[in-house]
Design a protein around this ligand. Structure first.
Ligand code: ATP
Ligand code: MG
Length: 432
């Protein structure tokens, strides 16, 4: 029988990488707290309608990329391709409008999109998602951008480009759509096949087509900013001014339109100069009509989603620190089968005192246990043989220095804990 591998486009995040992810989540969690965002765990699947209505029928995500299936009762369900629609659904369903507004919420987890897998693009990938729902204040747009930049700053990401645009609202969007269509009408035959299809359904997306011919054609095309209504124009100026005030280095990209239909007014993206084709680490913006499109009352909102795989890739490429990988403090070595039971007892004794410890389960020889102890990253090997048992002691070997001495068994835990805290203090001292 052939062995089963993982489906195309998904990855196992193995221990050598998963600890790096923990670091990204820790920084995210700390930043969320500092900015007053609270965590929500959202379901991995939702009613398909949530996305077809919320994200938009004519978007690539809904048209081509969703994992949709019927459950056993015949309901159409979809593995979430993104989180904003779910977060707004949750906000409405749980009457979060009754809480302090805006509701500032964040979540993280795997998303699913049927895409062509390549470096930085997978069919299951993780996003960190922040949403502020219930306020129109341009400073909330500013804060949303600022949270993402703060996370990236703490993670040490460099060579980032932050671009913003305004895609308008239902008042000014039709004006722009018409201007764009009349500009493109005579050039329609030269556009790529995808853009020909977009011309009637979603002409805005032609502006961010990566095809060089389309790019050249749209070089002089009317942009969204030139068509903004007074309210959107004022909002965009306030956002830019606000970004200036908090010292965020941001540039305007008039082509930025984003792939999801729900964006209104502010759209933004953070691009990494070190990712090649898949260069977006984060995208977001305002979505004042999303709540209505999924059946709720008019509720403004703004948020962003950042891709965890791409953050980790960028950090690796830029040689950034992920903090210390988790290692054991101690490895219990049993030189003789007769002392094994007591060694196991010692193992649990020190674990209960908060020491990360392990023992051999493979019947390895005394020498091989030391080798494993070394490979485990533990600083100490704690040897408990018949002699030690007879004297109520443990032989402790520092695997880094080779130093070895005998301790009373009762003192072992405090010895290791003191050693650890002295090491931390020394590291902190080195940082000062
Ligand atoms: P792209 O232009 O790369 O397709 P997108 O505009 O579709 O990105 P969003 O929907 O804005 O992406 O999602 C936010 C972030 O999630 C992206 O900036 C990216 O970091 C990440 N992301 C999106 N799709 C994938 C994917 N298939 N694999 C890995 N990360 C992804
Ligand atoms: Mg995409």
């Amino acid at each position: 029988m052939s062995s089963i591998s993982a489906p195309r486009g998904v990855r196992d995040i193995l221990p050598d990488e998963s600890w790096k992810w923990e670091y990204v989540f820790k920084v995210t969690r700390d930043t969320a707290r500092d900015f007053g965002y609270r965590e929500v765990h959202l379901p991995v699947f939702e009613h398909t309608e949530l996305f077809s209505r919320g994200v938009g029928e004519t978007t690539d995500v809904v048209e081509k990329e969703m994992y949709t299936f019927d459950d056993r009762a015949g309901r159409s369900l979809t593995l979430r391709p993104e989180l904003s629609a779910s977060m707004v659904r949750s906000y409405l369903e749980n009457r979060m409008d009754k809480l302090h507004q805006p509701a500032k919420l964040w979540s993280a987890g795997p998303m699913f999109r049927y895409e062509r897998p390549q470096k930085g693009r997978y069919r299951q990938f993780w996003q960190i998602d922040f949403e502020a729902i219930g306020s129109q204040d341009p400073y909330v747009d500013v804060e949303s951008i600022a949270v993402s930049l703060e996370i990236f700053r703490k993670l040490g990401l460099a060579n980032l480009e932050v671009v913003v645009n305004s895609v308008g609202c239902p008042v000014c969007r039709p004006v722009h759509k018409e201007a764009l269509q009349s500009f493109l009408k005579s050039k329609l035959g030269d556009l790529c096949e995808t853009c020909k299809g977009r011309f009637n359904r979603n002409p805005l997306r032609i502006l961010d087509c990566k095809n060089p011919v389309c790019r050249e054609i749209t070089e002089e095309a009317p942009d969204t900013i030139s068509c903004l209504c007074a309210e959107c124009s004022e909002h965009f100026s306030a956002v830019r001014l606000g970004l200036d005030r908090i010292g965020a280095a941001v540039s305007v990209d008039k082509r930025l339109v984003r792939g999801l239909d729900y964006y209104t007014k502010t759209a933004y993206e953070v691009l990494s100069g070190d990712l090649g084709a898949q260069n977006a680490v984060c995208g977001g913006g305002r979505y004042d009509n999303l709540a209505e499109s999924i059946g709720g009352p008019h509720t403004p909102g703004v948020g962003f989603a950042a891709g965890v795989e791409r953050i980790v890739l960028t950090m690796e490429q830029q040689g950034r620190s992920f903090g210390e990988p988790p290692v054991l403090d101690a490895y219990v070595v049993s030189p003789d089968p007769s002392s094994r039971d007591e060694s196991v007892a010692l193992l649990y004794e020190i674990r209960r005192s908060g020491i990360a410890a392990d023992i051999d389960y493979m019947g390895r020889s005394f020498k091989a246990q030391f080798k494993t102890a070394g490979g485990s990253g533990a600083v100490f090997a704690c040897v408990l043989g018949p002699d030690e048992i007879a004297t109520g002691s443990v032989t402790v070997k520092n695997l880094e220095t080779g130093e070895q001495h005998q301790l009373a068994r009762a003192e072992l835990s405090s010895f290791i804990i003191e050693f650890k805290s002295a090491k931390v203090k020394k590291q902190e001292g080195n940082l000062l």
